[in-house]
Structures are given as structure tokens and as C-alpha cells.
Write a protein that binds this ligand. Structure first.
Ligand code: DGL
Length: 279
């Protein structure tokens, strides 16, 4: 097992960075919440854009990507790992927790808060095919979706639009409209953004859904949970400094760093890496 720390309060361990990853740039929507909530922490982000989208990949492939990236982040000194991806959490979180002895925080579509928020009793979930087909999602519906109607919609192709930076494109709007309209037609008054890429088109979704519809994503909840887990493990960085944010991407596109800066909207150092050089 690869371990960052096995002690309750250890200053050098608590000063270590937090590793975060996603299939690409989507997890930056979570990283933004983590940065806002934990200003003293040093953050490291790995964007696996070369292998995006995960949502259509076999589970074994996603497990292998999650394993390789986690190992890379641990080699850089990560004291905890955040899987900022619903698809990778569903596919790989159990394996990561078995193989790595650091806090590993995952995420799942916000069905529970949506069930509490809906007035019509109908909740729509936008997510990847992988997330919607997973056993974890079935368990989520079993636990929190029994007394409501949950209408799901796999958003095939949307992650690719966001990876290409086509946030305001008419073609992206048309794709999103095709996914949102059936949810509205089913009577959904609450829509869960069940993929970390989708907050980057939240305004577009909100415009299409109208002001009566509540949109819920999980970035802020994940940041809160991370803080709690670090505190519990004695790993919270108590220094009164501003932590730095470092990002690696294996995207071969020349605009990759520019897109990351645009989406993160904060100070971040971006390094474009050759897949074979790191992972
Ligand atoms: N951002 C991811 C998620 O939260 C993965 C999207 C993908 O690569 O298909 O599900």
C-alpha cells in the first residue's frame, strides 16, 4: 500500500498537497470550490484529457487510468486524493481505497439533495453513460430515489464539446437542448448535474430550463467533505499562507493551458506533459 501519513498530527504531512483528478478539465469545477474553501492547501490537478471521455470506456480502462494517475499524484507527495469525476468514482473508488492508504474522496450525482428539493416529485439527472449504468448509481436511486421519479439522461458528446472549449457554441446549445427538453417534458423541476464537466455549461442549461428549475451540482459539497476528512485525519494545513495550485494535462492541444486558465479562473501553473513521461 502507498501511504502519505499514518499519524494524527504531523506538520510536514499536513503541509503536503492534495491531489485531484478527472478525465479532463471537468474536475476544475470541483477544484475551484476546493481552492475557495481551503485557501492554505497546496493543490495538484491532473487532467487526463488524452483519455477523455471516460463515460464511454469499459470499467477496467477507467480503473487503470485512476490507478496510474493516483500513483503519479502520490509520487508528487499527495496526502489525499479527490476523484473529481462521477464516472471514475463509480468505476474505481473501491479499487483506489483498497490500493492506496490515504484519504480518497469521491463524488456521486446529487440525487439525495435533489430528492429533498423537488416540489414536482420529478428529478432529472444529466450524467455520463458510465455513471448512469453503474451499480453505485443504482444504489443511489435505491437509497434516495424511492419516493420520487428520477428521469435520467446520458449526455453523449457534451464532455467532448467542453474539452474543446466550445462553451458558448450554438452546436453545444443544440446538444444541451436535446438533453434538457425531455427532462422538462417529464415534469422535472430539479436537475442534477451529475458530471463535473457540466457546471461549465450551467448558464446554458439554466437558460434552457427556465427560472423555475433548480440545478444542483456537487462541487461545494465535495470541498466541504474533503475539509472534514482532512480534519479528521489531522491532515488539514493550518498554516496562514496561500497555497499554490499546480496542474498537469496530457492534452496535446496547443490551447490546453489557455482553456485550463479560463475554466479555473484563479492562479494556476499548468504543465503540458507527454503521456509517457508521467502517466
Ligand atoms: N467529468 C466526469 C464525470 O464527472 C467524466 C466525464 C467523462 O470523461 O465522460 O463524470
Amino acid at each position: 500500500m502507498h501511504s502519505a501519513s499514518n499519524c494524527f498530527v504531523n506538520e510536514s504531512a499536513s503541509a503536503a498537497p492534495i491531489g485531484v483528478f478527472d478525465s479532463g478539465v471537468g474536475g476544475l469545477s470541483v477544484l475551484r470550490h476546493i481552492r475557495a474553501r481551503l485557501p492554505a492547501e497546496h493543490l495538484m490537478y491532473f487532467a487526463d484529457s488524452l483519455h477523455a471521455p471516460y463515460g464511454v470506456r469499459p470499467q477496467a480502462d477507467i480503473v487503470e487510468r485512476a490507478r496510474v494517475i493516483s500513483r503519479f499524484l502520490l509520487l508528487q507527495g499527495a496526502k489525499a486524493i479527490v476523484v473529481a469525476c462521477n464516472t471514475a468514482t463509480a468505476a474505481a473508488i473501491k479499487t483506489l481505497r483498497q490500493e492506496f492508504d490515504v484519504p480518497i474522496i469521491g463524488m456521486e450525482p446529487a440525487v439525495k439533495p435533489a430528492a429533498a428539493a423537488t416540489r414536482s416529485g420529478v428529478v432529472g439527472v444529466l450524467a455520463t453513460t458510465g455513471t448512469l449504468k453503474s451499480a453505485q448509481f443504482a444504489a443511489l436511486l435505491e437509497n434516495y430515489g424511492r419516493h420520487i421519479r428520477v428521469v435520467t439522461q446520458a449526455c453523449v458528446g457534451l464532455v467532448e464539446c467542453i474539452e474543446r472549449g466550445e462553451l458558448q457554441f450554438e452546436s453545444t446549445r443544440a446538444l444541451v437542448a436535446g438533453y434538457v427538453k425531455p427532462l422538462l417534458a417529464s415534469g422535472a423541476d430539479t436537475i442534477v448535474l451529475g458530471c463535473t464537466h457540466y457546471p461549465f455549461v450551467k448558464t446554458m442549461i439554466a437558460e434552457l430550463a427556465g427560472p423555475e428549475v433548480v440545478l444542483i451540482d456537487t462541487g461545494a459539497a465535495v470541498a466541504r467533505h474533503l475539509q472534514y476528512r482532512l480534519q479528521e485525519a489531522g491532515l488539514l494545513n493550518m498554516q496562514h499562507l496561500s497555497g499554490n495550485t499546480r496542474c498537469w494535462t496530457n492534452s496535446p492541444e496547443k490551447e490546453a493551458a489557455q482553456l485550463i486558465h479560463l475554466l479555473f479562473q484563479g492562479s494556476i501553473t499548468v504543465e503540458q506533459v507527454d503521456e509517457h513521461r508521467c502517466c
